[in-house]
Ligand binder design. Structure first.
Ligand code: DX5
Ligand code: ZN
Length: 547
């Protein structure tokens, strides 16, 4: 997986892009949620992990440039800039208001002329589309002529690629061998009035760019690991500009907006905002534990998990000392790294983890969790510092009888996940311990009050019956061993768990909509999501009655 990712932290920051964008759009009563959401991972990865930039020195001559050519994604772009430190996030509430610095389409910032019509960090005035790549070519050419090392990133839309100017600029970029340009195509297959392949077919889009002598790459556009790896690969290319075809989903993040042309340029009612924010904050990630089921055969299990739609791979490392059982080693993990771009969630059930941490860093795990029963505060801090320096998300795990150490609250910024064991560690296939639910609920509340931005992960005995209980208790990462690999249909088992997580989420949103007294309105907006779940949600009649 990728360089310096700190996966879980990046994931929460990208979630916040969507949350701020939806706050602004709903408040303004207009704006583009679809594109803000399809490009969120791309913009977040660039600003939070890849680009050389400085919000305290926006005109830094050595900075990399970001040209947002699909300018209608402005709410997502503004949200990204504010989270990167260019302006206070609460200004998002002024989006599209008269006198606001956040207009419907970005205005290039200039501290003299556009001080009040824009915010620092905006390099390009977008609006009528198809022009951004030309501007990027100009910036890149000038940098080359000045012998400067700035890199220019440009975000292009697939609807926007109907514009002929894009292809003129593409020719110029390859003529001038502009290897300091990386374009990212937000390939969400939807434009203003419908699906791109109905309006102006783009496929085979990658071949088109290759024919213009660009270096091309293609990735899953919501997988931050793949985005960052592809940007890194593009940075190594010489004498040719690069384009990354990022296959994305319009409106990704809010289920009734997902892949739905209606939400290209439409705002949700302001009264729905609390529900939309709750949905964004409560995505449930499924992490199959590959020690479960038949012995080893890890590679095949990982492939099946990825095909089944798993969000990450849970790796249980047991040393036969902290727990009786002995499982994989860092060497095993290293050999599995190439199998998938899914994050590796390493759960270390080993004694004295501080002596072994380098091996798991070297094995390129994305999340490394050690047990509170195996290290004290200083040892944990030393481990966390090492992991953070290597872009790995640190985590702490507690066994069922173990209370969360009080020192945990002093280091919330260094911890991305808390595993609350729901079995005594050592084996998969054990019975879920319901007594941990109370502990999890209290911890979730208390950590929320302390501003914890990380995840609670439930591990042990989770299946389609117990998933909703841990989800309601606050777990947003759910490990599943036997429930997945004990099943003859691994694919189906993961889909079933995801379905249960969906039902749990919709139930929560319905309850919230009732407390906000907008239940009918919400059901109407959410109709096509709720219909398949109506039976399990017990709302068939209600759904039928609401036209
Ligand atoms: C137990 C491990 C768990 C376990 C999960 O010590 O930490 O991750 O493998 O397997 P199930 O879901 O079967 O309990
Ligand atoms: Zn585990």
């Amino acid at each position: 997986m990728s360089l310096k990712l700190r996966y879980l932290n990046l994931k929460t920051m990208i979630r916040d892009i969507r949350m701020l964008a939806i706050i602004g759009i709903a408040e303004a009563g207009s704006g583009h949620p679809g594109a803000s959401f399809s490009a969120a991972e791309i913009m977040g990865s660039l600003y939070f992990r890849i680009m050389k930039h400085d919000p305290h020195n926006p005109q830094w001559p050595e900075r990399d440039y970001f040209v947002n050519s699909k300018a209608h994604s402005a709410p997502g772009y503004y949200a990204t800039l504010s989270l990167a430190g260019y302006f206070p996030s609460d200004e998002m509430g002024s989006l599209r208001k008269l006198g606001s610095r956040l207009q419907g389409h970005p205005v290039r910032y200039n501290s003299i002329y556009q001080k009040n019509q824009s915010v620092p960090g905006i390099e390009y005035s977008g609006g009528s589309e198809g022009i951004g790549l030309s501007v990027a070519v100009g910036i890149a050419l000038a940098s080359k002529l000045d012998g400067k090392k700035n890199h220019v990133y440009v975000l292009i839309g697939d609807g926007e690629s109907n514009e002929g100017q894009i292809w003129e600029a593409a020719m110029a970029a390859s003529k001038y061998k502009l290897d300091n340009i990386t374009a990212i195509l937000d390939r969400n297959r939807i434009q203003q009035d419908g699906f791109t392949e109905d309006i102006m077919p783009m496929d085979p889009v990658r071949d088109k760019w290759a024919a213009f002598n660009w270096n091309t790459d293609e990735i899953k556009g919501h997988n931050v690991g793949e985005i960052i790896d592809a940007l890194h690969r593009a940075s190594l290319v010489k004498d040719r500009p690069s384009i990354i075809i990022a296959n994305t989903i319009k409106g990704n993040g809010i289920k009734h907006m997902t892949n739905n042309p209606q939400w290209h340029g439409k705002a949700p009612p302001r009264k729905h905002t609390p529900l939309l924010l709750e949905e964004l904050e409560n995505e449930c990630l499924i992490a199959p534990s590959i020690i479960a089921g038949e012995p080893e055969n890890y590679e095949d299990k990982i492939r099946k998990a990825e095909r089944g739609g798993a969000d990450m791979i849970h790796l249980d490392i047991m040393d036969g000392k902290f727990v009786q059982n002995k499982t994989m080693t860092a060497e095993t993990i290293k050999k599995l790294r190439h199998v998938t771009s899914l994050p590796f969630d390493a759960h270390l059930m080993i004694e004295k983890p501080i002596g072994h941490i380098d091996k798991y860093i070297d094995a390129r795990c994305d999340i490394v969790t050690v047990h509170a029963e195996t290290c004290n505060e200083n040892e944990f801090l030393e481990i966390a510092e090492k992991l953070l320096k290597n872009g790995i998300s640190p985590g702490l795990a507690i066994n069922p009888p173990t209370e969360l150490p009080s020192w945990f609250y002093s280091h919330l910024d260094k911890i991305d996940v808390l595993i609350v064991m729901s079995v005594n560690p050592g084996f998969s296939g054990q019975q879920f311990l319901p007594e941990v639910l109370q502990k999890m609920t209290v911890l979730n509340q208390k950590l929320g009050e302390h501003g914890f931005k990380g995840y609670i992960e439930a591990d042990g005995g989770i299946d389609s019956m117990t998933l909703q209980q841990v989800y309601d208790a606050g777990a947003k990462i759910v490990v599943a061993g036997n429930a997945v690999y004990g099943s003859s249909d691994i694919h189906g088992a993961i889909i079933q768990l995801k379905h249960k997580a969906n039902v749990a989420l919709e139930k929560r949103l319905l309850i919230h909509s009732t407390s906000l007294d907008i239940r009918q309105d919400w059901i109407k907006a959410r109709r096509h999501i709720l219909i398949p779940l109506a039976n399990e949600l017990g709302i068939e009649e209600e759904l039928h009655a609401i036209k």
